[in-house]
Design a protein around this ligand. Structure first.
Ligand code: GLN
Length: 327
């Protein structure tokens, strides 16, 4: 089945937003100073169907850094290029049960990454971007296959293809996070010491930090999610970004770990693969139907948007999206 007809979807998105937009639980992230400046009252939601219909409510014009919502999309690019078996072998597909920035997760689990939805696995995934770039045709002698610039082109070009427009880095977020990402650099060097990183650790951390700083709005994220829902074809541009097989694997790991240590609670309530980020964004994929995105900066203790979870839960129920439901 598909989503209900347009007027119904539009009304249900508005109703879910109205129901939860004034909830004041949670707190904005402060460990990246640019995020601490976010408006705690900000709230927007978007739904994009696989047929290319878009619905937006709230502060939909506000842009924010994509943060961890970039993780499934970069993973998709890596799975597509390296194949699912090698990608899972290198990155993992099981829950950590620990916070997104956990160092212990690496120490406790055989000195390897558990999954690419948390920082260790995501930095390892991004460290494969130079290899993905090297598989593409060179653009000339001045463009060595292993240059970080080419790897960055793969990441930004891939995220842009998912969004259906040319995305850019928020330079202030990038500068600020680069100056304060000691923990991520530590994770990268630790993985490197265990032979679990696939390029220079400082290059990997820098690519990852840039990836997290990409500026998007809630509509962009819903289009990106809808592309995963549509088996890898962007429903607005019609471009194939990745294969349907790649999408299915990415959705599996999102369901397992997309909301970190609270992923089981999320799956219980929403019944769909999702991914959150510390800027307050949550994307959700209803396979074969569409993509949902909510942005609202107040976060729970795990770093997941409080209103984002509530609005998505309401929409999943109202639109009948739970993949575990039989009717
Ligand atoms: N850039 C952030 C970090 O690495 C992303 C984390 C997140 O969104 N949970 O700490």
């Amino acid at each position: 089945g598909h989503l209900p007809e347009d007027t119904t979807v539009g009304e249900l998105v508005q109703a879910a937003y109205d129901e939860h937009r004034h909830v004041t639980d949670g707190a904005v992230a402060t460990y990246i100073s640019q995020l601490a400046a976010a408006d705690p009252t900000g709230c927007a939601a978007s739904v994009v169907s696989v047929t290319g219909r878009a619905f937006e409510v709230g502060d939909a014009a506000v842009r924010f850094s994509i943060q961890s919502v970039s993780k499934p999309f970069v993973l998709a690019l890596v799975v597509e290029a390296l194949g699912p078996d090698r990608a899972r072998n290198l990155l993992g597909a099981n829950a950590t049960g620990l916070a997104f920035n956990s160092v212990m997760a690496v120490e406790l689990h055989d000195h390897r990454t558990m999954n690419p939805m948390v920082n260790a696995g995501a930095i390892a995934a991004t460290s494969l971007a130079p290899e993905v770039a090297a598989r593409r045709p060179a653009r000339g002698a001045a463009d060595p296959a292993d240059s970080p610039d080419r790897a960055w082109d793969v990441v930004l070009g891939g995220l842009s293809a998912f969004a259906g427009r040319t995305l850019e880095v928020d330079d202030e977020v990038y500068a600020c996070e680069s100056a304060s990402n000691l923990r991520n650099r530590s994770i990268a060097h630790l993985l490197h010491s265990y032979g679990r990183l696939h390029c220079d650790p400082d290059v990997a951390t820098d690519l990852y930090t840039r990836q997290c700083s990409v500026s998007v709005d809630v509509h962009d994220l819903a289009v990106m999610a809808a592309t995963l829902a549509d088996g890898g074809v962007n429903p607005l541009t019609g471009a194939r970004v990745v294969s349907d097989r790649t999408c299915a694997h990415v959705l599996a790991v999102m369901a397992t770990a997309g909301l970190y240590e609270l992923s089981g609670d999320w799956l219980w309530e929403v019944g769909l693969p999702g991914k959150s980020g510390v800027s307050g964004a949550v994307v959700t994929v209803a396979p074969g139907k569409g993509g949902l995105a909510v942005w609202s900066p107040l976060l729970d203790d795990a770093g997941n948007s409080v209103r984002g979870q509530l609005i998505t839960r309401s929409l999943s129920r109202a639109l009948g999206l739970n993949v575990f439901a039989s009717a």
